[in-house]
Design a protein around this ligand. Structure first.
Ligand code: C2E
Ligand code: MG
Ligand code: MG
Ligand code: MG
Length: 276
């Protein structure tokens, strides 16, 4: 394209960079507007028992952007931008509040809804912000939910940003009675010493290992993660399970819980909760 415009490779690079920035600017403006106009919604994906996948133990809340022109936009296409411009604090707070409201509705269904949890993704910046654990406590009280029915997921990026602060926040959250998961485990840069120091309850094995289970080495990695989790008294969820064979293998390798399209796609709240 640069050649056609008579430019050099450098020009092409510069122009695409400028386009990227313009796009980012535009996206940021739209995100700001979307937060104001409440264009976000949560989907819920079931998490099941590995020993009996008919049993749903909880749901992961996953945000979507109902864009007026572009339709349903997935988090990969806006979370990074929201993180880099700081809007993730507002978006993340909306997600947390909405998830707590959903927990109240889930538990109000009675029966099996009463002891199922909803797991919420929390960005590093949000998790490490000064008011985060107080906000969690406030929402639990205001929505009148059992803290055992709320879970929080963070990635290894949190610990890398500030391990000491991460530990503090994890301890405050644990004091509320809320459990925490380390998400996308195995893909980040965290050293094992973080794991030993940070009081998580659950490891979520990243879906890249699950997708690769035909490879004996991936199986060996899963087995090793499970052993590590056992020795640190953590439970294990495997993500991205797309067929029954993967699920059976992961159960045999010792995973406690499974999540993936095979057991249920992320669904609108009413559809998801109706599956209980
Ligand atoms: P994640 O937390 O690891 O969530 C799991 C992702 O895997 C979801 O993608 C889910 O739809 C997808 N998934 C589930 N089962 C399968 C499967 O069987 N196969 C495959 N290929 N994928 C599967 P989604 O909803 O697009 O979210 C992507 C990421 O965006 C999430 O990864 C999470 O890191 C982030 N995210 C989502 N919602 C929020 C949020 O409310 N706040 C923040 N900060 N991040 C969020
Ligand atoms: Mg997650
Ligand atoms: Mg994950
Ligand atoms: Mg992810």
């Amino acid at each position: 394209a640069a050649k056609e415009r008579g430019g050099s490779t450098t020009v092409e690079f510069d122009e695409s960079m400028r386009d990227t920035f313009r796009f980012r600017d535009e996206l940021e403006k739209e995100l700001r507007e979307a937060i104001r106009a409440r264009q976000f919604l949560l989907n819920f994906q079931p998490i099941v028992e590995a020993a009996d996948p008919n049993v749903i133990v909880g749901f992961e809340a996953l945000v979507r952007w109902q864009h007026p022109q572009r339709g349903l936009v997935h988090p990969a296409d806006f979370i990074p931008a929201a993180e880099s411009c700081g809007l993730i604090l507002y978006l993340g707070d909306w997600v947390l509040e909405e998830a707590c409201a959903a927990i109240a509705r889930l538990n109000a269904c009675g029966g099996r809804g009463a002891d199922r949890y909803v797991s919420v993704n929390v960005a590093a910046h949000q998790f490490l912000s000064a008011s985060f654990s107080a906000r969690v406590g406030e929402l639990i009280m205001r929505k009148g939910i059992d803290p055992a029915n709320l879970r929080l997921e963070v990635t290894e990026g949190v610990a890398i940003t500030d391990a000491k602060r991460t530990r503090e926040v994890l301890e405050q959250i644990r004091a509320w009675g809320v459990k925490t998961s380390l998400d996308d485990f195995g893909t980040g840069y965290s050293s094992l010493s973080y794991l030993q120091q940070l009081p998580f309850d659950t490891l979520k094995i990243d879906k890249s290992f699950v997708a690769d289970l035909d490879d004996k080495r991936s199986q060996q990695i899963v087995r090793t993660i499970v052993e590590l989790a056992r020795s640190l008294d953590l439970s294990v969820v495997a993500e991205g399970v797309e067929d029954a064979m993967q699920g059976e293998l992961l159960a045999a390798l010792g995973c406690d819980y499974l999540q993936g399209y095979h057991y249920g796609r992320p669904l609108a709240e009413s559809e998801a909760f109706a599956r209980l």
